[in-house]
Design a protein around this ligand. Sequence first.
Ligand code: UD1
Length: 418
Amino acid sequence: MKIIEIEGNRELSGTIRVSGAKNATVALIPAAILTDEEATICNIPEITDTDALCDLLSSLNVKINRSTESIIIDPKEMINTEIEESLSKKLRASYYFMGALLGKYKKAVMYFPGGCSIGARPIDLHLKGFEALGAKVTTEGDKFVVEADELIGANIYLDFASVGATINIMLAAVKAKGTTIIDNAAKEPEIVNVATFLNNMGAKITGSGTSTIKIEGVDYLHQCFHEVIPDRIETGTYIIIGALCGKMLKVDNIIPEHVDSLISKLEEMGVELETGTDYVTILNSNNSLKATNIKTAVYPGFPTDLQQPITVLLTQASGTSKVTETIFENRFMHIPYLKSLGANIEIKNQTATIVGPKKLIGTEVVATDLRAGAAMVAAGLKAEGKTTITNAEHILRGYEQIVEKLTNVGAKISIKEI
Ligand code: UD1
């Protein structure tokens, strides 16, 4: 098990450079197998979810040439075999191989995906989309066989604007016969990044970033070069950390409009920020923050992935704040640990009520999932004394070099294996 230790209550200043987006990368790597030549992707984050997907590619006999932050994926000698259970369950995004293999070979065999335990996370919308394209889905326990004689474009309405279902249906439809329309599609920037990648290979996708995506099937996808967008959740996490303990802390290499909802909330709370074309600088962490209410929503609403980190900031605001989680039913696992650090928080149904400001004092806490882990890091940096975060491997799934990046701006943070 990995453990992160933090000596908190230090001022952070300098520059943090944000890495490529995890949630784009984990879709781009499976999408790359759709090419009939080879794909080069740069700005790939060095996170353990990337490693897990590379292992999965290797298990399918896909050639990978990985160097710092870039990867060349050559699927010319790929073999479409069953994706074994341990690889399927290593991360949530293994489910993108369902759409990609179905799109390429008309058959995918794998197991229910893994990922953070933040709710039931069914994949019914993905499967309904595949069925609408003509695939037959059979299940045997946790094992899924999805196959089709032929994939034919269809009109698909998503009951919920799911990120995963939108991307997965796009992957399956890209080589289908005819036109597919996805209505009530998710609009997250990662979806646009994946659609751009596929279009660079010769796909015909329009409307990504809106709620109607149109995909005209093509027969052949050629080689391409592509760049991963900056990670908006990593961006938001460091901006929140800056609001907690930064002084002239610059979060660089970002697309500020991807975190508009966060910036608006921080301004409402009284955080002093400067926003540039590709950076946000937190001028000074403010001791008189105002309480606010936050409700998570699909993009461009407030991201559920930043709900856990911003709760830490709300513990430092004067008055009563409310955080309502609308996307996942079990995304409050960080709350008991924040309370053990000294926060005053009560949960009723899907709303956490936070009364602040409360002094945080370091203690031993657990990273129950990726973003809960990020919240623990933020809390540990603010807390007085030593915070020990166990199960820290969750954090390394999504944050490239988090210990090094924070050390460079003055944090006292270390990681060890026990
Ligand atoms: C993705 C992100 C995750 C982020 C989430 C919401 C990846 C790998 N993960 O997760 O970090 O928190 O988007 O922005 O990109 N749902 C169904 N049936 C389905 C699919 C989803 O009921 O078939 C429900 C889910 O249980 C959840 C909601 O829809 O309540 C949103 O899920 P979705 O947008 O699909 O999130 P993920 O793709 O799992």
